[in-house]
Write a protein that binds this ligand. Structure first.
Ligand code: ADP
Ligand code: G6P
Length: 453
């Protein structure tokens, strides 16, 4: 019996990205597992009765929808179908072109009404689909920045249909300081959208405080501890930590691993610059160390992501051009998706994990690495601008990714660290990871949500 079976409440999950993405193949479609922190976080779900609704990732012909519905249905998933142009404007346009950079502290973000309009329309389509699927008493859990307006829209529709459902919302990214947030012309509508929820979750106290501050400053909400009073509603906000546990495998070599989506928030150029500084300052290490960098292709239709790919490839070429020999290379660059088995093997055999995000809501790779390092006690070299750094500070080497020399020093400290010190640091990390599993994260959030009618 699962944790929630006794309560007989069904859980509806709403996110832009489903756990399975649909891809065209030979005139038909296939489903492939999706990647990214949101999907990983929800793998810990221990709910007996749930349905996950989201965009299938591509435009699907009317005539093929039945077979897609069938394939998704087997995985407790259901598609929210969107026309290609509309999906493109919502996903690449407003969500990834405006919101993602704003939430990650980018200041030169250009807003336009056309993509904002698409964003609102998609949120309404989700609201129609989910309110139609919802039954009185269901729990509804909305995820991430693609659906910020959804809680409010859902609340209105459910009220009109006389259905009482608790609405929870979780933001998987940072919520930025006000200087970045308030520049967004539609920020008040977005805050109002969020506040249609009963319960709102963030990864860290800082994101929670930034959000509460914005609600207090811009839409006249009254903040009282972790409660936000707005209109005739009170919304509870909280922070929750999470982690994914993986299998252990290992080999013996000084390997530095990096796993990131190819995204400008991940600081890949900074990572390569820092690694180059390390090799320049410690050339004796160039044949003893290898940085294996997995960069998973992401959002490839967006210009910033295409530019980043070019910049990263150039840096990779420069570093290998300078330091590779016919027998070895200090840098191995993998620009494709790797299987789960390959990923866990890479985590397990690596002595150091290097993560250089400019900003990152949490960063699950850090936790996955720790989970795979029971035997080797690898060192986590972690950007101080990740949510994970707040929790993993005692057991990791933190640095500012903009400082290539600082990164080089941290790397040198990591590769030369004595076994006993590695063990000590690792024990700190391990205790965080084993007590903050993704299962615990979902249980805690949904457990809180159940207190709402
Ligand atoms: P983000 O959410 O920004 O992508 P995270 O580090 O929080 O960053 O999460 C990335 C997640 O994607 C990790 O859980 C990682 O294991 C997962 N992942 C990495 N490579 C793949 C892949 N090829 N297929 C599926 N998931 C992957
Ligand atoms: C981040 C976001 C998720 C998103 C994931 C992958 O983790 O917080 O909402 O699903 O990146 O990005 P994608 O654009 O492929 O969904």
């Amino acid at each position: 019996m699962t944790l929630y079976a006794r309560n007989q409440r069904r859980l509806l999950i709403a996110s832009n990205r489903l756990p399975l993405s649909v891809k065209p193949k030979d005139g038909s479609y296939e489903t492939v597992p999706s990647s990214g922190g949101l999907v990983t976080a929800l793998k810990g779900l221990s709910f007996s009765d749930y349905l996950w609704l989201g965009w299938p990732g591509v435009d699907i012909n009317e005539r093929d929808r039945e077979s897609v519905d069938k394939a998704l249905g087997k995985e407790n998933a259901a598609a929210v179908y969107l026309d290609q142009g509309l999906a493109q404007s919502h996903y690449n346009g407003f969500s990834n072109g405006v919101l993602w950079p704003t939430l990650h502290y980018q200041s030169d973000v250009s807003f336009d009404n056309e993509t904002w309009d698409a964003y609102q329309r998609v949120n309404k389509i989700f609201a129609d689909r989910i309110s139609e699927a919802a039954a009185d008493g269901d729990l509804i859990w909305v995820h991430d920045y693609h659906l910020l307006l959804l809680p409010r829209l859902l609340r209105e529709r459910l009220h009109a249909q006389n259905k009482r459902c608790a609405i929870g919302y979780f933001l998987h990214t940072p919520f930025p300081a006000d200087d970045f947030w308030r520049g967004l012309p539609v920020q008040k509508q977005l805050l109002d959208g969020f506040l249609g929820s009963d319960l709102i979750g963030f990864y860290t106290d800082e994101y929670k405080a930034n959000f509460a501050g914005a609600c207090g400053s811009h839409i006249g909400a009254e903040v009282e501890g972790d409660d936000i009073h707005y209109g005739d509603c009170t919304i509870h906000i909280d922070k929750y930590a999470k982690i994914q546990e993986l299998e252990t495998q290992y080999k013996d070599k000084t390997i530095i691993i990096g796993v990131d989506r190819m995204d400008y928030t991940k600081g890949l150029p900074e990572k390569l610059e820092g690694f180059r500084a390390f090799l320049d300052q410690h050339p004796e290490w160039s044949e003893k160390v290898v940085l294996i960098q997995v960069a998973i292709p992401s959002r490839e239709d967006v210009k910033e992501y295409q530019d980043l790919e070019g910049e990263v490839s150039k840096l990779v070429g420069q570093i290998t051009g300078k330091y590779a020999t016919p027998k070895s290379t200090p840098l191995l660059y993998i620009h494709r998706s790797v299987s789960f088995a390959e990923l866990t093997a890479l985590y397990s055999v690596s002595d150091v994990c290097l993560l250089t995000s400019r900003r990152d809501g949490m960063n699950l790779v850090a936790s996955e690495y720790v989970a795979c390092q029971e035997a080797r006690h690898g060192v986590l070299v972690l950007s101080e601008f990740t949510g994970a750094a707040v929790f993993m500070k005692p057991g990791s080497l933190l640095f500012n990714p903009a400082d290539a020399d600082g990164l080089s020093n941290a790397l040198y400290e990591a590769v030369t660290m004595e076994k006993k010190d590695r063990k000590k640091m690792y024990e700190e990390l391990r205790s965080f990871v084993t007590t903050n599993t993704s299962a615990k994260w979902t249980e805690t959030f949904v457990g809180e949500l159940m207190k709402f009618q």
